[in-house]
Write a protein that binds this ligand. Sequence first.
Ligand code: ACO
Length: 405
Amino acid sequence: LGDPALDIGKLNKETGYFTYDPGFVSTASTRSAITYIDGDQGILLYRGYPIEQLAKQSSFLEVAYLLINGELPSGEQFRAFEHEVAHHTMMHESLKNFLNGFHYDAHPMAMLCGSVASLSAFYHDTLDMNDPEQRRLAAIRLIAKVPTIAAAAYRYGIGWPFRYPRNNLEYVTRFLHMMFEVPSEPLELNPVVAKALDLLFILHADHEQNASTSTVRLVGSTGANPYACVSAGIAALWGPAHGGANEAVLKMLEEIGDAKNVASAVAKAKDKNSGFRLMGFGHRVYKNFDPRATIIREMTHKVLADLNVSDPLLDVAVALEEVALKDPYFIERKLYPNVDFYSGIIYKALKIPTEMFTVMFAIARTAGWVAHWLEQHVTPDAKIGRPRQIYTGAAERAYVPVDKR
Ligand code: ACO
């Protein structure tokens, strides 16, 4: 890297050669100073700070500041950031009409995807991508408004009126307050719930050039506005091979139902004809263990104990992990539990409904998406993303009029 002799773009211009790399398994699409992953050692650093330390000592909003700005904030900088985010949490009143237009049983990810894209039609003062202040403000707006829209999408689905953000609450507590309305069970006031959700948000905040972040950057490379870019990221996240895995894991554990059925589920996952994979297992980059999964596994036991929740699905998950990790199929292919294997069980204990799991991921990942989107606008060698292909279609042939076909 950095050696012009190894610059594949230059090589391509001179020779016409290009690489064929399905799924971009070995292609770096950009330089980035945000997140470092060592997949063999199981290391994840945000701006140089180990995820384990951030999980223990930081908060999601501080991590968002770090990802965007490159350094941890001073107390004063953090208070100013928190204040500015709180100031932008309201969604435009007209956006309510937009949400109300969705079918009553719309998936909240569909509502989030559409509503976030629609923000570009509401905030015209942040659409000049050449203005650094407009870019910064758009990033703040996205971090502030995505939780408000997410909570509104959930309440729409259950027929509850939208709830306005209470800006005297902290980021995560404010989200819980907007989402739930259970007077006998004030979840937002339960520090175990808020702390657990904050920790999950930290773990999901960024993960370098994953499918959704690469999507945000690809759309961003055209000069598209950040609301459109993040909406595209949400769409990419939704798939079960990516952020949709947390919802899929819980459904899978429910289907397995009991630890005694684990062996047959593992056998089915090994059978390529079954079309079934163990959801929450495997990762493109981690070939040893996913450090986020290690943190979440510990946390799951603690959160369930603190909330006095006993969930039989946890026993199924533990049994599944035990069997899979001893199985040569999973050992040879280096398939370990990923970040989403246990996150669903915690979300369930926090009373977050299954269809909101990927929405939770999207709230957290918005911090990473905007950090990457901001970075790409100040990367000197940034170009429009434009992969090539190996053409496998018909050779040139003459058009045949319809009466001769
Ligand atoms: N269960 C069973 N077999 C699997 C699994 C799994 N979960 N994951 C991979 N494999 C097998 C493949 O069949 C393949 O076997 P083969 O070599 O015999 O053909 C081998 O392991 C390699 O798999 P690939 O699909 O080539 O690996 P890739 O890096 O492309 O995919 C992915 C990674 C998408 C995460 C994959 O492991 C998977 O589908 N996992 C389940 C979904 C999931 O948990 N996604 C969340 C990822 S983390 C995140 O996005 C936050």
